[in-house]
Design a protein around this ligand. Structure first.
Ligand code: ADP
Length: 400
């Protein structure tokens, strides 16, 4: 079975074609800066994929329609990775917000499209872009089953005490204001891998999963089910991120509006794009921050310390609710590649039974690796996430 996975963001489009019989990625690509005066497309084909060379090209893409047409032509057109669009058995779509109506991965029909559209107010940056991807794919792959896989679905098992905010209950009833959580596909994938590494069933393990990329989130997993997560109604909440603030005192918002005469759009821009690591030290790539801190840049050092401190606070909070912890699981760009952050997050947690082995922890991890010390009661795993494979697997499962 060949599954085409589409992950369309507000100005980008990630895609991957997977052969599920061999679990082989046939091609993977990214279109960036859709809608800008100049965009970019890059596509990497696996060596045993026939025909086409890899692609790296600067060119404008007016909108998602144009981007999708280009991509589908590259993948299925003459000289493409596979002979024709008919050779694709299913299309899997990442959809960010399933809200309270879409709990699990589901086959896309008009009713599902309408529900995804109805959830747009809860995710105004992502769901509309996901919908464009779905609409164009339904047109270009007419007759091919399409499946939506939601970022929120792994978190649907959270109890109300974890997902409710302590604001008037009517606001939840009227506007569905509550914690939803995101990165669920990644948290679920690494949780399943962690269970396998522990030699246990997925529903037997207690974990804290740390997805630390540009966006960062953590999840508390009890007996395989998510019981809490750090992102909230939107992906702005929780731990400190590359450019997003994470948790702040909500009273800062009206204070800023009053003192600086800012409107909602400006506040939104500050909290989503000018905060987090970038807000503190001007950089949001952890590699640059380490380099600057090593050169004595005090703000870079502060940003790093704040980033680590907040993660530790969440570990403490989740440790108290998961029950006896089996493993801490690091994933995504920082989690997989940054041994310094992993080491600092775990430092001083021996009293919780968490001890990292500096040698095992050293370096970037391209494959799942256990990095705890022999004496550690809790396992510490670094597990590369694979959201595209997880989406393709979910797509296959829905169609089965
Ligand atoms: P996204 O959330 O955009 O999918 P990724 O999971 O790819 O992001 O993570 C990107 C981030 O990972 C970069 O901004 C950078 O901070 C971090 N990163 C990538 N490689 C390294 C590395 N070798 N060392 C430290 N941090 C890294």
């Amino acid at each position: 079975m060949k599954v085409f996975v589409i992950n369309s963001g507000s100005s980008s489009l990630k895609y991957q074609l997977l052969d599920m019989d061999t679990q082989q990625v046939m091609t993977t690509g990214l279109v960036e800066r859709i809608g800008d005066s100049m965009g970019r497309i890059s596509q990497k084909n696996w060596p045993d994929t026939p025909q086409q060379a890899n692609i790296e090209e600067e060119r404008p893409f007016a909108d998602h329609h144009e981007a999708m047409h280009t991509v589908v032509n590259l993948v299925t057109g003459p000289g493409g990775v596979i002979a024709s669009a008919e050779a694709i058995d299913a299309v899997g779509h990442r959809v960010v917000q399933g809200g309270e109506t879409l709990f699990t991965s589901t086959c896309i029909d008009d009713a599902v499209v309408a529900q995804i559209r109805a959830n747009c107010p809860l995710s105004p940056l992502h769901n509309p872009a996901n919908l464009v991807g779905i609409e164009v794919a339904r047109e270009l792959f007419a007759g091919v089953p399409q499946v939506a896989v939601f970022d929120t679905e792994f978190h649907q098992t959270m109890p109300a005490e974890a997902f409710m905010y302590a604001i008037p209950y009517e606001l939840y009833e009227e506007l569905r204001i509550r914690r939803y959580g995101f990165h669920g596909t990644s948290h679920r994938y690494v949780a399943q891998q962690a269970a396998a590494m522990l030699g246990k069933r997925a529903d037997e393990v207690n974990l804290i999963t740390l997805h630390l990329g540009n966006g960062c989130s953590m999840a508390a997993v009890r007996q395989g089910q998510c019981i809490d997560t750090s992102m909230g109604m939107t992906p702005l909440a929780g731990v400190m991120m590359g450019t997003r603030s994470g948790d702040i005192d909500p009273a800062i918002i009206p204070f800023l509006m009053k003192e600086k005469g800012l409107d909602m759009a400006q506040i939104d821009d500050i909290l989503n794009k000018k905060s987090g690591l970038k807000g503190i030290c001007g950089m949001n790539d952890m590699r640059d921050i380490h380099a600057a801190a090593a050169q004595g840049d005090a703000k870079a050092a502060l940003a790093l310390s704040m980033f680590v401190y907040r993660i530790k606070q969440y570990i403490g909070a989740y440790y108290a609710v998961t029950g006896p912890l089996d493993a801490l699981v690091f994933t995504a760009g920082i989690g997989e590649n940054d041994d310094v952050v992993r080491g600092r997050v775990c430092a001083g947690l021996a009293h919780l039974g968490i001890e990292i082995d500096p040698e095992r922890n050293g370096g970037r991890k391209k494959t799942a690796t256990a990095v705890q010390a022999e004496s550690s009661r809790v396992a510490v795993f670094v597990i590369p996430t694979n959201e595209e494979l997880a989406i393709a697997q979910a797509t296959q499962a829905v169609l089965a």
